[in-house]
Ligand binder design. Structure first.
Ligand SMILES: O=C(O)CCC(=O)C(=O)O
Length: 243
């Protein structure tokens, strides 16, 4: 059974990202993949706009996944205990997402901070990204600017990338941060801070690169309503332009 350590917490605080190896067993990870596939089959026609993105006929990303199975996972002891230690606060669930990045055609996610989408006044929040396929530079691992979670929210602009609508305005400004990605096995979990700058490249390889995410926030977190409104205006404009 996975158990988070104080070293994991130290690394997370310093770098803004940490890998929790073997967070899910291989069999639990393949069960999760099966449940996502069933969710897609059942909901493909109902899901629209913000909640699903395709590349050709393939799903590239799913946003706000709902259902009992996923609820059981985000309420599980390992998710709750890990997020409690990393946030040093009582955690509250936000959303689950799925980034499928299909082989040969998987879309990039331009460099961004999650809190630019979430608009929390206090950015004490994390994304837990669980690998459902082996993940490496060839199939589109996530690149992080290590330590960038400490600089606060930075300017973003519309990216026009389906499923990743915002990107850091002037990435060159952040050259001083070391860029790092991680090779992951099925079931490993990356945990990143809501203000670390990160993103992933297109998947031109012959293998899919799939990750399921659980977003957990400090239960006391408040929303910056003006920032949220501006973000939604930008997203709606981009979705209208696509359809
Ligand atoms: O899976 C990806 O490539 C991007 C995921 C991401 O940016 C996130 O979950 O915050």
């Amino acid at each position: 059974m996975f158990k988070i350590s104080n070293n994991n917490q130290k690394e997370f605080n310093k770098n803004g990202v940490v890998v929790l190896r073997r967070f899910l067993s291989k069999s639990k990870a393949s069960e999760l993949q099966r449940k996502i596939d069933i969710y897609i089959l059942r909901n493909k026609k109902k899901l629209r706009g913000k909640d699903i993105n395709f590349i050709g006929s393939k799903v590239n990303s799913l946003h706000k996944i709902r259902g009992k199975y996923f609820e059981k996972l985000y309420k599980s002891k390992k998710v709750v205990e890990s997020s409690k230690l990393l946030l040093n606060a009582i955690p509250k669930f936000k959303h689950c997402e799925y980034f499928a990045k299909p082989e040969k055609v998987g879309l990039p996610s331009p460099m961004h901070q999650d809190n630019y989408y979430w608009n929390l006044k206090n950015p004490n929040a994390i994304t837990m990204w669980i690998a459902l396929t082996p993940t490496n530079k060839k199939n589109g691992s996530i690149d992080y600017l290590i330590g960038s979670h400490k600089i606060g929210k930075v300017k973003h602009i519309s990216s026009y990338a389906p499923g990743s609508s915002q990107k850091v305005k002037n990435l060159k400004k952040f050259k001083k941060f070391k860029r790092r990605s991680f090779n992951l096995n099925i079931g490993d979990c990356l945990v990143h801070h809501s203000e670390i700058i990160h993103g992933s490249k297109a998947n031109n390889s012959n293998y899919p690169r799939r990750g399921f995410t659980i977003q957990m926030i400090d239960s006391k977190a408040k929303i910056d309503k003006i920032a949220l409104k501006n973000y939604k205006i930008s997203l709606d404009k981009q979705i209208k332009r696509r359809s």
